[in-house]
Write a protein that binds this ligand. Sequence first.
Ligand code: SAH
Ligand code: SF4
Ligand code: F3S
Length: 488
Amino acid sequence: MSDKKTQYITSEQMLVQREYTEKIRLRNELDARETGKKKRCYVRTFGCQQNEADSERLAGMASEMGYEITDSEQDADLILINTCAVREHAEERALSITGQFKHLKEKNPSLLIGICGCMVSQETRKERIKHSYPYVSFLFGTSMLYRFPEILYRCIQEQKRQFYLDAGDVGNIAEGMPVRRASDRQAWVSVMYGCNNFCTYCIVPYVRGRERSRHPSCILEECRQLIEQGYREITLLGQNVNSYGKDLSDDIRMDFPDLLAQICSLPGDFKVHFMTSHPKDASKKLINVMAENEKAAKHFHLPLQSGSDRVLSAMNRRYTIADYLEILRYMREKMPDITVTSDIIVGFPTETEAEFEDTLTAVAAAQYDQIFTFLYSPRTGTPAAVMEGQIPEKIKQSRMQRLLDLQNSILADRNRACIGRTYRILVEGRSRGDDAMYAGRTEGGKLVHFPVSEDEDLTGRIALVRITDAAIYHLSGERVSDTDVDEG
Ligand code: SAH
Ligand code: SF4
Ligand code: F3S
């Protein structure tokens, strides 16, 4: 592990970026006066919530530079592709989209295409983009995000392609970047960046640098402002939020449960979610804080990855199935209706049929509300990629299907158990499949459909809904007025 300390980007450095922002804004303003049309920026995001949060920063910076944010690449003057590297498929999709944008550049030679994020934070991918995608104008790694205005300015001013990869593996923290949030109800708030866990299959520590925690006062201030602006749902982000605070200086002394408690004690009507928690240090203290705070959403994403102790050890996960099930037991003792979700990797190198069956057993025991399942994907530079005993694709796929079948039957049973109960639903809008129905979610994230009534628009509001029917992926119900609520 690196003994180098987190680099805090100084306010002077941030000011330099604001100067570049201003220079581009002036150019864009002059241009708009001549052409009668504002320049447009399109941001395409791959990967996890951390990337979505980063894209909201990119869009925020682009807005301040005078770009209008568009959701169509067709009419864009600037395209940003924020990439993911977690599985081969994610990289293939990012490269294929980049390829598809070539014809836009041919049609409009002044179009600027930039690529950033986890995939291009690997030297080999940077080189590949540089040589095989000549129409990509600039590239920067994850910890260069705050320098986007400077990189774009240099690209325009010098009329030269710009490639900026991070010099070290440590990473930094930059406060005060502008942000343009995709939703006005739900907000991402990063509490920490990077990861120190080095699970043997995972690329994230290599592309996101070491764990580094934001100062609690910055996090609290961001949450306070969001609540003031009317945000009802805050999701705290980190690759392993349970490590929060470990790297802060001794005089701060704040761990994740303390931080969560402080956020929950802010005044206002909101719920706090968080992800992700690593089971090796999901503490009883955290569970107690969740149980005691009404504003802590009763949802826990606790990735299991495998149900075999031997595989977990080969993955460097540092917990056993017994440890894991004990956390679940305690969590459900304190919060009987909590929604629990998980990630499972199928076909990790050397996984035997019996070990895969251990995963089925563990999934049946855990009774998840949802699982995210992944076929193991070798990532260059990680220890598992060069392990003997890689599992053939066909076997991975048939194991995956068996796991999905099991989870579907568990879900059908769990959802049937909700019939007759009443939940508080945050209404997201009309159902995509049926305009006569609203779609909303329980606090625990279960999707619920219920009929639209003509008299009022409930979008963004809370409705009490009694469940009358259950399918695998959603519940159906009817709105009720005044009754006891069963949470979950
Ligand atoms: N920090 C989070 C996960 C980040 S990646 C955590 O530890 O839970 C999200 C998920 O992608 C992981 O939980 C894992 O299930 C999956 N994943 C990561 N690397 C993978 C790989 N090489 N192949 C398949 N799935 C992978
Ligand atoms: Fe990857 Fe493991 Fe870190 Fe999660 S905890 S980001 S799976 S190395
Ligand atoms: Fe992908 Fe990077 Fe997230 S690799 S999963 S976008 S941290």
